[in-house]
Design a protein around this ligand. Structure first.
Ligand code: GLA
Length: 566
């Protein structure tokens, strides 16, 4: 097994499309989109782009809603991507724009006609009042207005820009300022479909502003981030649109390599390992057409699940008497604890390099089984399958007082509810983490019977879906219908026997979006035809639209910057 320090690699700067997509054939499919982007950029801005930043969407094969509990996940990048053409605004065109000369001002256009031109610029906010001269105080961080209650396309562009401003244009200096930038965005990752359009937007925006500010060139190049650093910046950036997401989407979008899925783990630090897939395995995505924008519904759905799993971890750690908080004299400093930390502490593996030993997957598995048992012994009799646990009840059993609990658990995670579920959420997370380990192991096992490998992977995917639906309550009736349609392919006569579908599940945050199905390479065409015909919401759609709803995907290349050489 080769473990590449994939997260430590530099962000690639390419000058050909073949490098960007990892193969000539894939590059050829996208060439016209790139040409159009470059042509339109010149028409709209009157000058040529200097770079295109590219970030792909991802499909998660297995490991849903466990990255924010710090457990490893197994996604792959897809071919669909967001492209942002960009260039510093040349002095000759500055006069044509209001505030065109202002440091860091942005004119943002989108090729999609639904999205209108946006002009914005960052400001530096300090808290001492406007009459205090900027150079008399430590200059405050850069600020951009993002209205979380009304997210718009440019909110994601701004979210990406935020990190660039505050990581690369130091708040403590008044001299280092960003240049005015023109950008043009296009993309084919369907929004709200569980294929991570938001991470692709934020990653590509981060890259575009880095590139336009010369961070990949000349004397600034030494400050350029590694892939791992870009993931961390992009995660931080995405929280600016109000989602407490884990790091799976950004890792897949940034670190993925063509031809393999990625096992991404987060503790003791971000680590990504390319995982080869069985030769005959093809993953097919199908869009349920139920749009679920995780940022818009975060308070009641995504962030609530983050709060529930964190609360379950806190209650377990209290019950197990684990020392998770630091003390300073008589003061106890409370902090967030993840389910993985509970496991690490319980197994005696917590902290720094010791924790890395848990990545000896045998240990991790054993620890997971133990903690699952403890969760069942304690959370199950205490709360059972109740979905109406009140905040008071939870606080009572957390070992914390109300003010502390609210501060640590509810102020950092933007969730709104009066009712929580704990046992089923924790059970899902711990069992799903075990499924990921098994999936990874099957993929890595040399030799063996190909058909039985595919069957094992498919069963893990089916079980994962059922757990997302029943225990984590993050599916949607239509997504469940689509999964049923996919699984029913096993009744279809293909001419080579019954249809070889091994497993099907929702992918991504859920509450709508796409499914991913594992299908035998030889049966992919028949499978796609079957799903197009049988899923009720596809009725009456044109072949062209259907083609963008159901498609086979090979693991693709991660994010990069394309540099124009003339
Ligand atoms: C979203 C988040 C990810 C992950 C998935 C669910 O895509 O951005 O971090 O939590 O949901 O697995």
């Amino acid at each position: 097994m080769t473990v590449l320090p994939a997260a430590d690699a530099p962000i690639p700067i390419f000058t050909t499309l073949k490098e960007v997509y990892g193969s000539l054939a894939t590059a050829a499919k996208h060439a016209e989109r790139w040409d159009q982007l470059v042509r339109e950029f010149e028409t709209k801005f009157g000058h040529k782009p200097t770079y295109v930043a590219r970030a792909p969407g991802r499909v998660n094969l297995i490991g849903e809603h466990i990255d924010y509990a710090d457990f490893g996940v197994l996604p792959a990048a897809i071919e669909h991507d967001i492209l942002i053409a960009c260039a510093p605004r040349p002095a000759s065109t500055v006069a044509a724009h209001p505030d065109g000369h202002a440091p860091g001002s942005v004119v943002a256009e989108n090729l999609h006609t639904r999205y209108t031109r946006q002009v914005f610029m960052p400001t530096r906010r300090h808290t001492l009042g406007d009459d205090v001269p900027l150079d008399a105080v430590r200059v405050a961080p850069w600020h951009l207005d993002i209205d979380k209650s009304e997210l718009r396309w440019e909110s994601y562009v701004k979210a990406g820009y935020y990190g660039v401003l505050n990581h690369f244009f130091s708040p403590s200096s008044v001299s280092s300022v960003p240049v005015p930038v023109d950008i043009l965005v296009t993309g084919n990752v369907p929004p709200g479909s569980g294929l991570s359009s938001s991470a692709a937007m934020v990653v590509s925006s981060t890259l575009a502003f880095l590139a336009a500010n010369g961070i990949f060139d000349g004397e600034k190049a030494p400050t350029k981030p590694t892939k791992g650093e870009l993931v961390n910046i992009a995660m931080e950036n995405e929280r600016r649109v109000g989602v407490n997401s884990g790091g799976m989407d950004q890792s897949a979008s940034v670190i993925a390599l063509p031809g393999s899925a990625l096992y991404v783990s987060f503790v003791p630090s971000l680590h990504a390992e390319p995982i080869g897939l069985p030769r005959d395995a093809v993953f097919v995505c199908a869009n349920s057409l139920v749009v679920s924008n995780k940022a818009e519904s975060a308070k009641h759905q995504y962030n609530l699940r983050v709060a529930e799993t964190l609360a379950a971890a806190r209650l377990l750690s209290h019950r197990l008497n684990l020392q998770v908080d630091s003390t300073d004299g008589d003061n106890t400093k409370r902090r967030l604890v993840t389910l993985r930390e509970v496991l690490a502490r319980k197994s005696g593996f917590y902290q720094d390099e010791q924790d890395a030993q848990l990545e000896d997957l045998g240990q991790l598995r054993k620890g997971l089984v133990d903690v699952l048992g403890i969760a069942m012994d304690y959370l199950l009799p205490e709360f059972g399958n109740r979905t109406d646990i009140s905040l008071d009840e939870m606080i009572n059993k957390s070992g914390m007082d109300e003010a502390e609990f609210r501060e640590v658990y509810l102020s950092g995670v933007d969730a709104e509810t009066t009712k929580f579920e704990l046992y089923l959420r924790a059970q899902h997370v711990l069992e799903e983490a075990l499924k990921v380990l098994k999936f990874r192991e099957v993929c890595l096992a040399g030799g063996g019977n190909e058909e039985s490998k595919l069957q094992t992977l498919g069963k893990l995917m089916n079980d994962s879906h059922d757990s997302c639906h029943r225990q984590f309550d993050c599916s949607h009736p239509k997504v469940n219908d689509l999964v049923r349609v996919a699984r029913s392919f096993r009744e279809v006569e293909t001419g080579r026997g019954k249809g070889r579908i091994y497993g099907s599940r929702m992918t991504g945050a859920g509450w709508g979006g796409c499914t991913v199905s594992l299908v035998h390479r030889e049966d992919v065409e028949a499978f796609i035809k079957h799903v197009k015909k049988k899923y009720a919401s596809y009725e009456g759609m044109s072949e062209e639209d259907l083609a963008s709803c159901v498609f086979a995907t090979e693991p693709g290349m991660g994010a990069c910057v394309y540099k124009f050489t003339n």
